[in-house]
Design a binder for this molecule. Structure first.
Ligand SMILES: NC(=O)c1ccc[n+]([C@@H]2O[C@H](COP(=O)([O-])OP(=O)(O)OC[C@H]3O[C@@H](n4cnc5c(N)ncnc54)[C@H](OP(=O)(O)O)[C@@H]3O)[C@@H](O)[C@H]2O)c1
Length: 302
């Protein structure tokens, strides 16, 4: 590569919340020659106008991946949000790994989950565990970034808790080290541009493990309403989701994630966000306070 030639960095799933933000961050720092891979190129016209090369890539379509990954040096491999077809997420991920090998990609940064224990009850944990293993067995250089649970996803649930005064969870006194998508995007971008990581696993977490009882106290403080933490069985928890009209495919998955969090499967913290980005990760209370207007609006709608 000529000295003035920039490395080709590819981001998969670039129309999603996380992928788009990583591309924006890399554009700000002019980190490399950016390729945004997506099934929905029409959604990325604004990024194309800013010099990003947009390529079609569908993890269900290996030929599209072979074309999309050509000439790429490093790629951020964002796990797909496939849930409707059991087992398909792993097939998609194995397609992506095979195509990256075929294209001669030097290094792959994979966004995984904090699911190191194989007995993890979270129904989507298996796909991440098996993807990590496939990467380790591949010819690729790899870094695994285990994103903890996104703080952003708490807003609708905590709004409902504040509206009803009840925060229902399954039994267990643990919690997760909730991390914001923004902190994850910054950490992902930092690792993608760095040549300093070789076959490593990093936990990308918020500053502390937040037990369920504390979440109830936090939302109570931020919303200015009393919120009581109540414990129930997984079956009753799932019935609540059915009653609330949650889609059938999501009911078991959401119940299993609640069990995993309450029982401590996501209870891990690290200093990676600060180390990688130079910024302390945002706490749940800080995040909710910054987004208080959104939280309050959702409470009114609940
Ligand atoms: N840590 C957590 O709390 C948590 C929670 C939920 C999900 N996640 C995982 O984190 C990922 C990123 O989160 P997010 O908030 O950015 O999700 P999101 O906005 O729903 O985006 C989902 C991503 O999946 C990609 N995708 C889906 N099917 C695909 C396919 N067949 N081929 C290629 N890409 C496909 C989409 O890419 P295009 O549409 O651009 O092709 C998109 O980037 C999710 O996909 C999920 O695996 C983590």
């Amino acid at each position: 590569m000529a000295a003035n030639e920039k490395r080709k960095l590819l981001i998969t799933g670039a129309s999603g919340h996380l992928g788009r933000r990583v591309v924006e961050l890399l554009l700000e720092t002019q980190a490399g020659s950016l390729v945004a891979a997506t099934r929905q190129p029409e959604k990325l016209k604004d990024l194309a106008a800013r010099g990003v090369e947009v390529r079609f890539a569908d993890f269900d379509d290996p030929d599209s991946l072979n074309r999309a990954f050509t000439g790429v040096e490093r790629m951020l491999f964002i796990s797909t949000n496939e849930i409707a077809r059991p087992g398909q997420k792993l097939i998609q991920h194995l397609n992506a790994i095979a195509a990256a090998e075929k294209a001669g990609v030097e290094s792959v940064v994979y966004t995984s989950g904090p699911f190191r224990k194989p007995d993890n009850p979270y129904l989507l944990a298996r796909a991440d565990i098996d993807t990590e293993q496939a990467l380790a067995q591949s010819r690729l250089g790899w870094t695994v970034l285990r994103h903890n649970w996104y703080t952003d996803l708490l807003i609708p649930r905590l709004a409902k808790a504040a509206a009803t005064g009840k925060f229902m969870t399954t039994e267990g006194d643990s919690g997760a080290a909730y991390v914001t998508r923004e902190d994850c995007a910054r950490a992902d971008a930092a690792v993608l541009v760095s040549a300093g990581f070789h076959n490593e696993v990093l936990d990308i977490t918020g500053p502390a493990i937040v037990p369920n009882a504390e979440l109830a106290a936090i939302v109570s403080r931020v919303a200015g309403r009393p919120v009581k933490h109540l414990v129930t069985t997984p079956d009753t928890y799932k019935s609540g989701l059915v009653f609330a009209g949650v889609a059938e495919t999501l009911q078991e998955i959401m119940t299993s994630s609640d069990v995993a969090i309450a029982q401590g499967y996501l209870a891990v913290t690290s200093t990676a966000v600060r180390d990688l980005t130079g910024r302390a990760p945002q706490s749940v209370e800080e995040f909710l306070s910054v987004h208080r207007e959104v939280l309050l609006a959702k409470i009114l709608k609940s």
